[in-house]
Design a protein around this ligand. Structure first.
Ligand code: 5AD
Ligand code: SF4
Length: 441
């Protein structure tokens, strides 16, 4: 039996792609293993959204060179966003690399691997595919043991935010047919899945480029109506595409969790315009106010970029003000990093690395205080928790999530896995809660 070792970087889209890679490789007789030094095939599924992604991938590949030196028949491949961006350049730069496959070429992996096995010829495929071909290539995913699943509803992005590599490496936006999505979710629920997260780069523009297709709020309502589905979430949404109809969903769809990730990126109108975000701070705050009005228990999370080219102290102060006003439950904060091919990469930038780091630290301090206050509100409450599995905390410990997607660790019997159970929250830690199962509720 042949084996493969797969490492996945980046967002949930890559995690789902890696599931598809795993299924495709199993079809040609490869089994997953955790040890690269024992594998016949080593693959990296890469991310290029931030940091020095390309350099990191090259660094990572270096770890496999000694293994290949010892076992020249080992096949090494790179997929995902860095592979899409670099293509043939990666093969030219790394003599021991065999395969490069882009974000639209995952379905070609089995043939590419077999070709390398048979001919030892290196291969690179990074062409973007047309819409029709891609529509047919959304992976069919089988049921799993888990109580929660991600379901891809769209891929790609047409927004071209000026800092972002995604439209360049994932291609144009395409929505999967709603009938297929609903069939998949019905099958998952029949197999025991209790929670589904609808996934895409910009889920709330779902369907709007397909004639006669459901809108995103209509899709949410159709998923909510599937009997047996207890929890529904989605990620990621763009603030400019949050419609009144979508806001209403939070007041009327029973399974829709009171939680939304709404990346704001900056609180400064000037920077938001330079970022090409399509909204200003007032628009954003208005949508937040309306979300909180229809669903008072809603908790928001966000992404913020600090140190975008040209950001002044005043711009940064506007971000702090917005964060204080919205009171996010959590914020993912990033130092701006220029990405090739993006518009922002050539914008003038005056702030020093030290200034940017100081701003980043100030934002973090503010956000940690707010997050602490919000999560502390759960202390002493009994919350419904969907139990996902055994916790790493130790023997007899389980973990699950609250409706706000917060991890809750508690002790209880394994039969609870896959059920929504009441848990009293005893202790609020920085990233999770500790609780006690209430078996008399
Ligand atoms: N620099 C820093 N952060 C970035 N992000 C995307 N591109 C960049 C970049 N060039 C962040 C945004 C986005 C999240 C997924 O990553 O905040 O919402
Ligand atoms: Fe990138 Fe903007 Fe598209 Fe999000 S909406 S993936 S930030 S271009």
């Amino acid at each position: 039996m042949k084996s493969f070792y797969l490492e996945t970087f980046g967002c949930q889209m890559n995690v789902v792609d890696s599931e598809q890679i795993t299924a495709l490789l199993q079809e040609i007789g490869y089994q997953p293993i955790d040890a690269p030094d024992l594998a016949d095939l080593v693959l990296l599924n890469t991310c290029s959204v931030r940091d020095k992604a390309e350099r990191k991938v090259y660094g990572h590949l270096g770890r496999f060179k000694p293994i290949k030196d010892k076992r020249p028949q080992l096949i090494i491949g790179v997929g995902g966003c860095v592979a899409q961006q670099e293509g043939q350049r990666m093969l030219d730069a790394v003599s021991y690399l065999d395969l490069v496959f882009g974000t639209h070429n995952i379905h070609r992996l089995p043939e590419m691997v077999q070709q390398v096995e048979q001919t030892r010829q290196r291969a690179s495929e990074t062409d973007f595919l047309d819409r029709e071909t891609r529509l047919n290539l959304f992976p069919e995913r089988s049921a799993s043991e888990s109580a929660t699943r991600f379901v891809t509803i769209m891929q790609g992005c047409d927004n071209f935010c000026s800092y972002c590599i995604v439209p360049h490496v994932r291609g144009r936006e395409i929505s999967r047919l709603s009938a297929e999505i609903l069939n998949e979710i019905e099958a998952l629920v029949a197999a025991g899945v209790k929670e589904v997260t609808l996934l895409g780069q910009n889920v709330n523009s779902y369907g709007c480029k397909n004639d006669g297709e459901l809108s995103f709020p209509q899709l949410l309502a159709a998923v909510d109506a599937i009997p047996g589905l207890e929890r529904l979430r989605f990620a990621t949404s763009h603030p400019k595409d949050i419609t009144a109809e979508l806001i209403d969903c939070f007041g009327r769809l029973e399974s829709l969790c009171p939680q939304v990730h709404l990346p704001v990126q900056s609180g400064s109108d000037r920077i938001l315009a330079l970022m090409n975000r399509g909204y200003d701070a007032a628009d954003y705050l208005d949508k937040v106010r309306r979300l909180k009005a229809v669903c008072p228990q809603i908790r928001l999370t966000t992404d913020i970029i600090v140190g975008f080219p040209g950001e002044t102290e005043e711009d940064f102060q506007a971000t702090l003000d917005l964060v204080a006003q919205v009171r996010y439950a959590d914020a993912f904060t990033f130092l701006y990093s220029p990405r090739v091919e993006t518009a922002a990469a050539s914008m003038p930038d005056n702030a020093s690395a030290r200034q940017k780091q100081q701003r980043f630290d100030r934002l973090l301090t503010l956000q940690q205080r707010i997050s602490g206050e919000i999560w502390q509100e759960d202390a002493g409450k009994i919350l419904p928790v969907l139990v996902e599995g055994a916790s790493k905390q130790g023997e007899g410990q389980l973990f699950g999530r609250s409706v706000w997607n917060r991890i809750v660790n508690f002790s209880g019997p394994p039969e609870l896995i896959g059920q929504v159970v009441p848990v009293a929250i005893n202790k609020v830690l920085r990233n999770s809660h500790l609780g006690e199962y209430q078996n008399n509720c």
